[in-house]
Design a protein around this ligand. Structure first.
Ligand code: GL7
Length: 827
């Protein structure tokens, strides 16, 4: 650390200087000061970006004092901190969140009004940092919000991707990816610290050396890059607490690398430098699939090594005794992406700090815990040993030793059961490191993300480990932050709730239970209905302005927003829409008798996932035919706004009547969108999958449209032998829907465009879309019926809100603290 300057004893230099006065006048003064001094413009000469920046800086100014004070108090304490290691944080826009957290929303609105500045225009300026793919990254963002709100010491560690999740556009209904240059105009929320960069090494070899009579191993790396920390404030909700999110950006290490090239190779040397900057350049856009790409492993090691080093060298006191590290840190592994941190900590303890292997392993085992987020085999990361050995040779040696000792213990327990040894080996028979196994062996706890998921994880994915490590496996059901997804996204509902049950529910969401009696209060239900209508109008205005789409006032809003993946079964939703359309055009039902429904999709497909992209094309194709067919008389509408992201979610979810959670049972680990919908008063049509199971148990069967096979039924059907075509024969409606798609009805008569989808469903159908179709259509018919009874529907909707308090991420954090972390708030 750089020594403090002599003036550091000045009274104002010890603590933070203090925030500006929290009054309208104080805010105005600070705002104008920021425009002048930080942007270098006057208000009259400012651009919208200047005005947005000045506003963000002003909010920041109020938070910084609390942040610095919290950091100081934490360092003076001996509290354990949660080091959340996550390759993704899907943050969403920060402005309103930070205004809400600091309690400045009203003051800021008044102050800007006095300056004649349009706050709506400034809100629209903010580009959301899309540093995640979907649920996993958004979960991390919810968790750090809750930890700050609960005053739990936490550093979120991750990667500052220069390009986040791609921006989706449609051309002729097909997805086209555009780079997400979210930093083009800079980001007012980040605090870069290039002077605090860490050197992160790669490649090379290992060697043994004599260390005063003891033979030790060390790593002799071949190249290195700089990891530059960017700090972001994570304010708790109106509690004066501000935690830190530290994202790492890669930079070339000129001093080291340029020297290996002679002057004649100067241009080549500079070109090599750009290679270093590539590490944090772009987020991998695959959701729930492992890619096995070398750059991805570089990203993982890059941020995990920088983070662990940061915690040990910067956060902890200088002379800290690392045998006591478990008292001060728990490294939570958000999926397998950061698992390379396990051999990294071992390397630091054994090679650098010269700790005995066993002692180091005891420390490491207590310092890590692992959250698994999937059941899909294709999402479980494995790294070929040649790749890992080339990039991180010492880490591979350490993994071998961990595995050796682990398998020895397995033999001791179970004898030389070679099949068991093969099944449990961290190194797979085909020579790859199974990162989930490594995490399970190393972690103090392993958790799934919903009851069903945790059960299947133990019983199907890692049963041998569950047997070997009794008590290691646990569950923590996911949650979502009510600050962003209720209070900010749905101010009307929030006001209704507060009017009914008073304050305090936003940090104690189980209190929503007190709303239950209001479900039977006709006036409350009417107000609730008006809230939904207002949210629909707000969404309609957004979609009109954004995409030129229109929503009819009197339609039910039926929403399916999530990544496009075959297991999530957007195809099942499409078959329902095509069936509803077919019923009208075939004359089976009168268009005028069909209840109006608008289907809203939002979904990005991984750029290399062909089937998913074809399904996106089909959604758009069905939309243009159904929307424009006069025989439909406007009763059915399909809307697919491109580029679904957090900002759009915050508009869509509060307006929804019906939430589609229709994955094949046993495939969706949890889902978190499902929770956001229920909390905003949408009813769910869903399978018994992921957290749907718990939602249904809590809200009650009468307030949830269950359909489809259960997980054991799915297994039984696979065991009997699944022949999808038989289902198409048995159900005439299904047969006709498939024929329509396959015949080119949605592709101008060209059957070849969507034939691959139909043939895949008829012949393979890995996710049993056809097997669940009949049950799904029956559920949708029940939905149509139920929606005609407005009072009963609204009653159910209110009960969904009242009974979903369990799904607050504050509760998830409590569970992690009680079952895994055993940390305490910093009072
Ligand atoms: C996911 C799961 O698919 C999703 O069901 C879960 O809610 C989420 C957070 O736990 O994690 N796993 C995964 O790999 N991705 C997810 O969204 C990308």
């Amino acid at each position: 650390p750089v020594p403090a300057p002599a003036g550091a004893t000045h009274p104002l230099a010890i603590g933070p200087v203090g925030a500006p006065e929290a009054t309208v006048d104080g805010f105005v003064a600070q705002y104008l000061r920021n425009l002048n001094f930080d942007r270098g413009v006057t208000l009259s000469a400012s651009t919208a970006n200047d005005r947005f920046y000045a506003l963000a800086y002003t909010v920041r100014d109020y938070l910084v004092a609390r942040w610095l004070e919290g950091v100081r108090r934490y360092r003076a304490s001996d509290r354990k901190a949660v080091c959340y290691l996550s390759a993704e944080y899907l943050l969403g826009r920060q402005l309103d969140n930070n205004l809400l957290a600091s309690g400045l929303s009203d003051i800021a609105a008044e102050a800007l009004a006095q300056c004649g500045v349009d706050i709506e225009e400034l809100r629209a300026q903010e580009v959301e940092p899309g540093l995640g793919n979907g649920g996993l990254g958004r979960l991390a963002a919810c968790f750090i919000d809750s930890l700050a709100t609960m005053s739990v010491p936490n550093v979120g560690y991750g990667i500052r991707y220069e390009y986040g999740i791609f921006r989706q556009t449609f051309e002729d209904g097909r997805q086209v990816e555009q780079p997400d240059s979210w930093l083009e105009l800079g980001s007012p929320w980040e605090f870069p610290h290039p002077e605090a960069a860490q050197t992160i090494s790669f490649g090379g070899s290992t060697e043994k050396y004599d260390d005063g009579g003891v033979t030790r191993s060390r790593w002799v790396p071949a190249w290195s890059v700089q990891a530059v920390p960017y700090n972001y404030m994570v304010p708790g909700y109106q509690n004066g607490r501000v935690n830190t999110l530290r994202l790492w950006s890669s930079r070339a290490n000129h001093a080291f690398d340029l020297s290996v090239f002679n002057a004649g190779d100067y241009v080549e040397a500079v070109r090599a430098q750009t290679f270093a900057e590539n590490i944090s350049k772009v987020l991998y856009p695959e959701d729930s699939t492992a890619q096995g790409k070398e750059l991805r492993l570089q990203q993982q090691y890059f941020f995990v090594a920088a983070s662990i080093r940061d915690f040990i060298d910067v956060v902890l006191p200088e002379d800290f005794d690392l045998t006591r590290l478990p008292e001060r840190a728990i490294f939570q592994l958000n999926d397998t992406h950061p698992v390379i941190g396990v051999p990294e900590l071992m390397r630091i303890l054994v090679d650098e700090k010269k700790m005995e292997w066993d002692a180091a392993w005891a420390v490491t085992q207590q310092c890590f815990a692992y959250t698994c987020h999937t059941l899909l085999p294709e999402a479980l990361e494995v790294w070929p040993i040649d790749l890992l050995g080339r990039l991180l040779p010492r880490h591979l040696e350490i993994i071998y030793r961990i595995n050796e000792e682990f398998l020895l213990a397995v033999r001791e327990r179970f004898g030389d059961d070679e099949a068991r040894i093969r099944d449990m080996s961290i190194i797979s028979p085909d020579g790859a490191v199974r990162m989930a196994f490594l995490a399970t062996v190393a972690g103090s706890k392993v958790n799934g993300v919903a009851e069903l998921h945790s059960q299947l994880l133990r019983e199907k994915v890692l049963p041998a480990f569950d047997e070997f490590f009794p008590g290691k496996f646990t569950n923590v059901t996911n949650g979502v932050t009510p600050r962003r997804f209720v209070r900010l996204a749905n101010p009307e509902l929030s006001a209704l709730i507060t009017e009914a049950i008073g304050d305090g529910w936003l940090t104690d969401l189980e209190r929503l239970r007190e709303l239950e009696p209001f479900a039977d209060d006709a006036d409350f239900r009417t107000a609730f209905g008006e809230m939904k209508a207002a949210n629909k109008r707000r969404l309609a205005a957004t979609l009109q302005a954004r995409d030129g789409l229109t929503i009819a006032d009197d339609h039910m809003l039926d929403v399916m927003v999530k990544r496009l993946h075959e297991y999530k079964r957007q195809m099942l939703k499409l078959l329902h829409i095509v069936t509803a359309y077919d019923r009208i055009v075939s004359g089976e039902v009168e268009a005028s008798s069909v209840p109006g429904r608008t289907f809203v999709f939002g979904a990005k497909a991984a750029p290399g996932y062909d089937m998913a992209k074809r399904i996106i094309h089909l959604i758009n194709a069905v939309g243009s035919v159904v929307n424009d067919d006069p025989r439909v008389e406007g009763r059915l509408k399909v809307l697919f706004p491109p580029n679904y992201n957090v900002t759009l979610a915050e508009r869509i979810i509060p307006a929804a009547d019906l939430s589609e959670q229709i994955s094949l049972a046993g495939k969706e680990a949890s889902g978190t969108g499902n929770m956001k919908f229920a909390l905003n008063g949408a009813l769910t049509v869903g399978t018994d999958d992921g957290a749907n199971v718990e939602i249904r148990e809590l809200v009650g069967d009468d307030n949830f449209f269950l359909f489809g096979m259960s997980e054991p039924e799915v297994e039984a059907l696979w065991a009997r032998g699944y022949t999808p075509a038989e289902f198409a024969e048995k159900d005439a409606g299904l047969g006709r829907a498939l024929d329509l798609i396959g015949s080119g009805a949605f592709s101008g008569g060209d059957a070849s465009v969507f034939a691959p989808i139909v043939s895949n469903l008829m012949n393979d159908d890995r996710f049993m879309v056809l097997a669940d179709y009949t049950s799904y259509i029956a559920a949708q018919d029940r939905v149509d019926d139920a929606y005609t009874d407005t009072a009963a529907w609204q009653r159910s909707a209110v009960l969904n809100v009242a009974r979903s308090g369990f799904f607050s991420s504050d509760r998830s954090m409590r569970d992690y603290i009680d079952r895994i972390w055993h940390t305490e708030p910093l009072g």
